[in-house]
Design a protein around this ligand. Structure first.
Ligand SMILES: [Zn+2]
Length: 554
């Protein structure tokens, strides 16, 4: 992408402009279009392998963004230069030190057996008999009875059943629990590193069916078991990239866009139907927003609008649950109370050429937003765009983290499409002209509000922060995806929804719904799938140090 190439392209286009009276193309437009294209093509290149948080692809992207910020003359405003590191805790992982042998025959970790995430890290060498459960010995527990007794019980929660039985065994003197299943029922048990049940003081292992049939076929046998369980926290580090334009003003406008994407789809948030792992290039999601951020930094650098400072943040960890923006709002590198408002751009590269409709979210987060969009006068500036307004300050992107800090936000989005979260989200599908219109629109908006000292904040209704609608009922809470404790912590509670009607508030931690213990996001989602509209049950939640039980109706 040498600069000599672009100069000749610019020359050619200007020539064209001069010859064709109909379409007057200005120099700024040509240059910005060229820049948008090169940013998106670089960020969405296979070389960056889908820019997954914690990978080399993320590193290449953050280096690219910081070099753009630097060449624009922005001050580094991370915690380390332009970068702000944050941790993504992904629960437990099985360490290579974990091993298990029966009668000195080694079992394969993962394939033949696995420890549960709440297992203690311990070594053991013992000679228990499979059929006898005596104190101070490891116990073998066959899931057969529990599975068959509950074969026709749609509400049966095997994970909770296993946990409860392990606790009971421990209380009755078991030094370890080794589970297996000889029934015909498939237990579908897998290692769930995100299970946040309280850790037990004894090892808990599960032997898969095939290995159990091989090693535990004679229940009266006494066998030599020897194992080491070693589990550790699975963590990775993500990086926000933060650049600052200091205009010596009292207030600061934050402009943001996430630059991370799905990598090869390893984190379970891909919509790729093929089993083959493939690079999710993320041209629209969100190389487009990142490119717009870089270009807006350049434009605001030369703009007359100096009554605010400008903070430009390229977030990472968004695809995992708004990790980067949440971390920034919890560990801001500028005074949060000096933030006037926040603009978020997530997927601004696929403006529909016929509808030309741009979604403007967060419209209700300040009564002053209407001043720009109505009266008609100001709209003339961007005649060719139509707007779809969404008043809510929350949604499946990073503005939500700022809205939660009572900061007015606007969220720009050109809409979902069939390539969303698929490897096919490629640069050749980007509507660059459309994106140029959006960049110009946002620039105009920021310049228009430069006469305002500070925008007043207003609370709005809450909307789901996830894009997946897989349940027939919902509690109407916004889960806190960065919560690492047991249960599901509510970041927000929607008006008029079951949780709010039951009295839950933001900050409450849901521990149980009906008879189902909620240990993690997964068990919460599984549990919701078990209820239907109109069902009445109870919810147990933690507020401060109190566990509160209250009826809830879906
Ligand atoms: Zn996105």
């Amino acid at each position: 992408m040498g600069s000599s190439v672009s100069r000749s392209v610019i020359g050619l286009l200007l020539l064209l402009a001069a010859c064709s009276p109909s379409k007057k193309i200005n120099k700024d437009e040509v240059q910005t279009l060229q820049n948008l294209k090169s940013h998106i093509q670089y960020l969405a290149d296979d070389k960056l392998e889908g820019r997954r948080t914690g990978t080399n692809g993320e590193k290449l992207a953050m280096e690219y963004i910081s070099s753009q910020f630097s060449s624009t003359g922005l001050q580094p405003k991370g915690s380390n230069g332009y970068y702000q590191a944050f941790e993504v805790n992904e629960g437990k992982q099985i360490d290579p030190a974990t091993q298990f042998s029966i009668n000195d025959k080694p079992l394969q970790t993962g394939k033949d057996y696995f420890p549960f995430a709440y297992s203690a890290n311990l070594q053991m060498d013992a000679l228990p008999s499979i059929a006898v459960q005596e104190a101070d010995m490891p116990w073998f527990v066959n899931l057969k009875d529990g599975l068959e007794e509950n074969k026709n019980n749609p509400h049966f929660d095997l994970a909770a059943y296993v946990y409860a039985n392990c606790k009971k065994a421990k209380d009755r003197g078991a030094t370890a629990v080794i589970l297996y299943n000889t029934s015909a029922t498939d237990d579908k048990l897998v290692f769930n590193g995100k299970d946040k049940s309280d850790r037990l003081s004894i090892p808990v292992l599960y032997i898969r069916k095939e290995a159990a049939a091989k090693y535990l076929k004679d229940p009266s046998a006494t066998i030599h078991v020897k194992f080491t369980v070693s589990l550790s926290e699975k963590k990775r580090t993500g990086y926000n990239v933060v650049g600052y334009q200091d205009n010596g003003a009292a207030t600061t406008v934050v402009l943001g866009a996430h630059f991370d994407h799905l990598g090869y789809g390893e984190d379970g948030n891909s919509r790729n139907t093929s089993k083959e792992p493939a690079i999710h290039n993320g041209a629209d999601d969100n190389a487009s927003g990142t490119a717009a951020l870089i270009e807006l930094a350049k434009k605001l650098k030369v703009s007359k609008a100096k009554k605010n400072n400008y903070l430009f943040i390229a977030f990472s960890g968004e695809e995992l649950g708004l990790y980067g923006s949440k971390y920034f709002t919890e560990h801001p590198t500028i005074e949060l109370k000096a933030v006037n408002y926040m603009i978020n751009m997530d997927m601004v590269g696929r403006l529909n050429d016929s509808s030309k409709t741009l979604t403007v979210g967060g419209y209700g987060t300040s009564p002053n937003w209407s001043m720009f969009y109505f009266p008609k006068a100001t709209r003339i500036n961007t005649p060719s765009l139509l707007y779809k307004f969404d008043s809510s300050g929350t949604g499946p992107s990073d503005h939500t983290s700022f809205y939660r800090k009572d900061i007015p936000v606007l969220f720009f989005f050109t809409g979902l499409h069939t390539d969303y979260h698929k490897p096919s989200d490629d640069p050749d599908k980007i509507n660059y002209k459309g994106e140029y219109l959006i960049v110009s629109h946002i620039l105009r908006l920021v310049e228009w509000y430069d006469h305002e000292l500070r925008l007043p904040f207003s609370k709005t209704r809450e909307t789901q922060t996830t894009t997946s609608a897989r349940f027939s009922v919902s509690m109407g809470i916004m889960p806190d995806y960065t919560w690492t404790g047991t249960g599901v912590r509510a970041d927000g509670v929607s008006e008029g929804k079951p949780a709010q009607k039951a009295g839950l508030r933001a900050g409450d931690i849901i521990l149980q719904i009906g008879d189902y213990k909620i240990t993690s996001m997964e068990t919460y989602m599984q549990t919701l799938g078990k209820f239907k509209k109109g069902d009445k049950t109870k919810v147990i939640y933690k507020r401060g140090n109190d566990n509160i039980e209250t009826p809830v109706e879906f």
